[in-house]
Design a protein around this ligand. Structure first.
Ligand SMILES: [Zn+2]
Length: 377
């Protein structure tokens, strides 16, 4: 992984590159940020840069023997540590990441850009178990970090999700982190740094990664999924700066098309005061499962918001797909200062009611009737 392959995070990248170039690498660095913000890739790029034999313009070369080993996750002086579920026959004393080295390599090669804990749980094939970094891992790490480096100046340990270390493991590693040997570097990569043992946390230097900007996520989606620019922006806009969320949104794309159809239908029927069809509409939506109804109501709220923005002519703030925009050309004037707040309130209220087990059919039909009042002819 080269820095240039890591999405966004330019500030963090330059900070890390500076540390390495000046040979001021902290012995324990914590890279943290919310889930869905790529962090592991940055840790990998950092390790690869540390070891690269031919650094160029603030990045690793990508093809020296060391970079090649990094690419295949086989670098001799780089260890990976991550939460696992004990395999049968293993005890807490000897369960460690090596038990899953094959699965790990596959997981990383399939998800090089962003680490996704849910997907890792699926790899571990034990959805009810809580993966842990066991005592056995600390034994393994202490052993590996005591070996002399094979070909490079630094041994690097990349630990994914240090918050999953159990207390025994964390306490045993504490000494190593407190009094590291000169040639070892710990890079901890955390989704939730508040859950890390405070004694470990306080001994790290920290870099917090921020949510990604919409255009950066859109660019990624465009490349990876071959979307057109407008569609990529529309998906990215609802992702909260989170790549995993963006990809989930994309999976819901066909659902969104259905939601769009039903939103249009609701607005048209409300405009023509067609109560009979509105009742049918509410029954059709009610046939969705509860979570899907909630997603629909969120989608409808977004459409109301977007159409208001469209109406006040702030296109730079607009995130609509082509199909949605074609509808908004005529529809947007109906969403204005007089009704936008009320409509958003009613959609939110309906969503809360549905979540709280209210009678969904009544909630949806009520909502439809209120919308006939808000949409003035
Ligand atoms: Zn290289």
């Amino acid at each position: 992984m080269k820095f240039s392959e890591v999405i966004g995070q330019e500030n963090a990248k330059s900070r890390i590159i500076r540390m390495i170039d000046n040979d001021e690498i902290p012995h324990a660095l914590l890279i943290h940020g919310e889930p869905g913000i790529p962090k592991l890739a940055l840790a990998r790029a950092m390790a690869q840069y540390i070891h690269c034999e031919n650094r160029q313009n603030g990045d690793s070369c990508g093809h020296c023997p060391s970079c090649m080993q990094h690419r295949s996750l086989n670098h001799a002086d780089t260890y990976y540590s991550f939460p696992i579920v004990k395999k049968s026959g293993k005890s807490e004393e000897n369960a460690n990441s090596d038990d899953y080295s094959g699965e790990w390599k596959e997981f990383i090669s399939e998800n090089p850009i962003v680490e996704n804990y849910e997907k890792w749980l699926a790899v571990l094939k034990n959805e009810n178990a809580q993966p842990v970094i066991y005592k056995g891992e600390s034994v393994n790490i202490i052993h590996k970090m005591s070996l002399s480096t094979l070909s490079t100046k630094y041994k690097v340990l990349i630990m994914w999700l240090p918050e999953k270390m159990n207390a025994t493991c964390a306490n045993r590693l504490l000494k190593l982190i407190e009094e590291p040997s000169n040639d070892s570097i710990f890079i901890l990569v955390s989704d939730n740094c508040n859950a890390i043992l405070p004694t470990i946390y306080s001994r790290t230097q920290r870099i917090e990664l921020k949510r990604l900007p919409v255009d950066v996520i859109a660019e990624y989606l465009k490349e990876k999924y071959n979307l057109d620019g407008q569609e990529a922006l529309a998906v990215a806009a609802t992702a909260d700066g989170n790549i995993i969320q963006a990809e989930n949104n994309l999976a819901y794309n066909s659902e969104s098309k259905d939601f769009f159809k039903e939103f249009v239908s609701l607005m048209r029927l409300a405009y023509s005061r067609d109560l009979k069809s509105l009742r049918e509409w509410s029954e059709r939506i009610f046939a969705y499962k509860r979570e899907k109804i909630r997603r629909f109501l969120k989608y409808a709220a977004r459409m109301v918001r977007e159409n208001y923005i469209y109406n006040i002519k702030a296109p730079e703030l607009n995130y609509l797909t082509q199909e949605e925009e074609a509808f908004s050309v005529k529809f947007a004037p109906f969403i204005n200062e007089g009704n936008v707040i009320k409509m958003l309130e009613e959609l939110t209220k309906a969503e809360i009611d549905i979540a709280g087990n209210a009678n969904g059919k009544i909630v949806l039909f009520d909502l439809a009737i209120k919308i006939t009042i808000f949409i003035k002819r």
